[in-house]
Design a protein around this ligand. Structure first.
Ligand code: JHZ
Length: 421
């Protein structure tokens, strides 16, 4: 039979230098093998089609210590038609509401100030600003989701954000008092073009606010599955300070956030801005050094832990199969697809996955071809065990599935270490 897997050559898409400082001194520390893009869900009639497999490896720059992928897949392969939307999680919605509340107060936003959100998706964050009477504009390259946002009354332009785009936006909509980018900056290959775009569009007293999973948490909590093709960079504060400095911007504050396994919210302004730099920024840089984020050994040790995590879960699942227990999964997250493909788990091990995003329901997971059903199927099918692939929402998921547990169902959490509840 002809293989349905098309492996892209290991040299294609390989990076030669660091995305921020351009050093060629890169230390490769983790290989998760080759796999399809993590949001590349497929429909039933595509199951017999060839799937493209791309290398998934991480390295760290020994000069500025930015962690990044060794291979960069072109953005239009990943983001033109996108099935991830944040608004189905109550944790995310309340996180974004709190974000908007804090920003409106802290930066004294008025109704004629403009907030531009990069990678605005279905407009969940912007709608929180809009409800407070602030002018908003979304920018996102995913045609399918931009339509949804516009229909919901969030003005959204279908585009990749960069300097050229920022120039056009400034001409059409005026300058922005706030530019935000949550869980999107790590997806951008040309960070220099991004920062130039921010500088172009931001008012002199404006603030750029980005949020991204924090490298320090990722390493400490073994969050290997947040390493995937969409996330080109894994940020710590040190390389970001350097990036903004290169273009006359300064980081004025950093706040830790609980979301997505531990994130940082980074605030940057133009250098001339009267907003002062909080001493916390330097504290983060010092702490990162103390935690070993500027040593290759830290990353090599992380890889050892990741391999152990894999063998622990595989052993456990094997023992369940021996006992004839049924196993399903919860949350067809992108990170879930990384775990499934790296662990090579398919329908032999996992019967089905439930997920709240309607676009994913009825589809199959990339590479592993596990069917995705609505969440209501969990109680109907009552698997003995359910692996929470969206472990970052474990609390919310367990809370809303008390009936499953009451009926004898048990949850398995795979990260930061194997836990059965
Ligand atoms: P979730 C996404 O990654 C994509 P993913 C992106 N690349 C990114 O950077 C990160 O977010 C931060 C489902 N679910 O958010 C919904 C339920 O079914 O962890 C999602 O499919 N029931 C932009 O995809 C998945 O789980 C629930 O109650 O790894 C969660 O995916 C909840 C809470 C979620 O991100």
């Amino acid at each position: 039979m002809k293989s349905l897997v098309k492996r892209v050559s290991a040299t294609r898409y390989r990076i030669k230098k660091c995305r921020i400082c351009h050093s060629e001194d890169l230390h490769e520390f983790l290989s998760l093998g080759t796999m399809p893009i993590p949001n590349g869900f497929i429909s039933k009639n595509e199951l017999s089609r060839q799937e493209f497999y791309f290398p998934l490896k991480a390295c760290v720059c020994k000069k500025c210590w930015l962690v990044q992928l060794t291979h960069v897949i072109p953005a239009d392969i990943m983001f033109k038609n996108y099935l991830y939307i944040p608004s189905t999680s109550s944790t995310v919605v309340s996180h974004f509401n709190n974000f908007a509340d804090a920003v409106v107060i802290d930066f004294n936003l008025k109704s004629d100030d403009l907030v531009v959100d990069i990678g605005s998706n279905d407009g969940t964050l912007l709608s929180a600003f809009q409800k407070k009477g602030i002018k908003v504009l979304g920018v996102d390259p995913a045609e399918n989701i931009v339509k949804v946002a516009n229909k919901a009354g969030i003005p959204t332009k279908c585009a990749f954000f960069n300097e050229l785009e920022a120039e056009m936006l400034r001409r059409e909509y005026g300058e922005a008092k706030v530019i935000s980018g949550t869980n999107v900056i790590a997806h951008i290959d040309n960070l220099h073009d991004l920062v130039l775009g921010v500088k172009q569009l931001l008012s002199d007293d404006g603030v750029f606010i980005m949020e991204a999973p924090y490298l320090s948490d990722l390493i400490e909590r073994n969050e290997f599955d947040t390493i995937y093709h969409e996330h080109l960079s894994y940020f710590s504060v040190r390389p970001l300070v350097k990036l903004f400095e290169m273009y006359g911007l300064k980081i004025i504050d950093i706040q830790k956030q609980k979301i997505h396994g531990g994130s940082i919210r980074v605030f940057a302004t133009k250098k001339e801005s009267t907003l002062n730099v909080h001493p916390r920024v330097q504290k983060f840089v010092i702490e990162e050094q103390a935690k070993g984020l500027c040593e290759t050994q830290t990353y090599d040790e992380f890889t050892v832990r990741v391999k152990r995590l894999k063998s622990d879960l595989l052993k456990f699942l094997k023992s369940l199969r021996k006992e004839d227990k049924s196993v399903a999964a919860y949350g067809a997250a992108a990170k879930g697809n990384v775990l499934l493909n790296y662990y090579k788990l398919g329908t032999e091990e996992i019967d089905f996955i439930v997920d709240s995003i309607s676009y994913k329901q009825g589809k199959f997971t990339p590479g592993t071809h596990i069917p995705i059903f609505p969440e209501s199927q969990l109680l109907k099918k009552m698997p003995d065990y359910t692996l929470i692939l969206a472990w970052n929402f474990a609390e919310e998921i367990i809370e809303k599935n008390k009936k499953y547990q009451d009926a004898g169902g048990r949850f398995i959490i795979p990260v930061p270490y194997l836990k059965v509840i």
